[in-house]
Every structure is written in C-alpha cells, then in structure tokens.
Write a protein that binds this ligand. Structure first.
Ligand code: FES
Length: 211
C-alpha cells in the first residue's frame, strides 16, 4: 500500500524524537485540536540566563502527522530562544517534513500551538508577558475552547459543558454542567486550572460542577 506521506514523515513517525514528559518542566501545555479532537502535550526547560530552550519533550495523542510534527518541531525548537521558537510556523514544520497532505494541515498546527502554549505558559509563570491585556470572559472562553471534553473529543465550550464564566476582581469563576462526582470532573478541573490560573491578572480560579 502506498502511504500519502513523505519518507520524512514516516521516518519521524516511526522514530519520533523527544517523546516523553519533563516532570519539573518550566513551561507546559496540553492543546486540543478543534478540528479532530486529538491532543498534544509539550514540556520545556528554559535556561533563565539566555532564555534558550535547553530541553523539550512532547506526548501526542494524535495521528501519525501529529507525532511526526511533534518530533520535528521539538527538534527545531531545541536550543532556540523562546522568542525564536515562538515564531516557528506550521508551514516551516511541514516543509521540514517535505510536506503533509492538505487534509492533515491541522495536525501540524496542533503541534505548533502546543509549542507556543508551552512557551506562553513559561512566560506567564515567570512574569514575562509583554502585552498585558486584561482577562475577560472572552479570554477565558478562548482558553476553554482548547480543553477537550473526554466524553466526546470536542472542546468544553462547543459541547456546552461550560454553563457560566464570570471574571471579577482577579477571580475567575467557571460553572460546569457536570456532576461533581463525574469520573472526568477531576481531570477537567485540573486542565481548566492549568489554562486559566497562569493569566497575569488572575489571583483565584473557582470551578463549580453542578447539574
Ligand atoms: Fe488529529 Fe492528526 S487527525 S492530530
């Protein structure tokens, strides 16, 4: 059978580089693809002196294209400064893989988004965010659109699991349409915390589960 993939994609899919988790990561992110419901986690270690990425790992719950892009993008980002790594595009990643079928473009977008979010997470945790816009309901909703609902593989917002978002005096309140004892409630809580807590002007995140 002829695969619609380049040799490079197959090579990186079969022998992906930098797979795994960094326990004491300086920045990390889980990104979900609104297009297919797959997910990728990216972990980075950053040298505080020159802001270069000294180590990077990823875990993919996506398809072959996503694994191959995760592999290539972590190779491209390693040793770069966070500002340089932020500017790596999905097109560069896909070119480095000798191209991906157009229907698979979102898979490389997902890997690139994962890298950018991990860098963003590092910047937020280290007070390095330059454009300090105030957090609004819109900001929170955007972040929740990147958290997958494990029941459907679609994001929390699109599957109407988010009942209410309130932003007031540094406190973000999220009300979820899910019973508190639901099997996925702890995982969802943790992911919302990870996405919302690092925002520079957020002091407290309250998550309620209720039906
Ligand atoms: Fe979901 Fe490729 S189809 S990441």
């Amino acid at each position: 059978m002829k695969f619609p993939y380049s040799e490079k994609v197959l090579e990186h899919f079969r022998h992906p580089q930098n797979v795994g988790k960094i326990e004491d990561a300086d920045g990390k992110a889980v990104e979900g693809s609104p297009a297919c419901g797959d997910m990728v986690s990216v972990y980075i270690k950053v040298n505080p002196e020159d802001k270069r990425i000294s180590d990077i790992k990823f875990e993919s719950y996506g398809c072959a294209s996503n694994i191959a892009t995760g592999s290539i993008i972590t190779e491209l980002a390693k040793g770069k400064t966070i500002d340089e790594a932020k500017n790596i595009t999905w097109k560069q990643a896909s070119d480095a893989l000798d191209g991906l079928p157009p229907i698979k473009a979102h898979c490389s977008v997902l890997a690139v988004e994962g890298l950018r979010s991990a860098i963003r997470n590092y910047e937020e945790r280290h007070g390095l965010v330059k454009e300090k816009t105030h957090t609004t309901v819109e900001t929170v909703s955007k972040r929740l659109k990147r958290v997958m609902n494990p029941l459907t593989g679609l994001d929390l917002v699109r599957t109407n699991l988010v009942k209410e978002i309130e932003v007031k005096d540094g406190t973000v309140r999220v009300v979820m349409d899910l019973p508190p004892d639901h099997q996925f409630a702890p995982a969802i809580r943790e992911e919302i915390m990870e996405k919302v807590e690092p925002l520079w002007d957020v002091d407290k995140v309250e998550i309620e589960f209720t039906v």
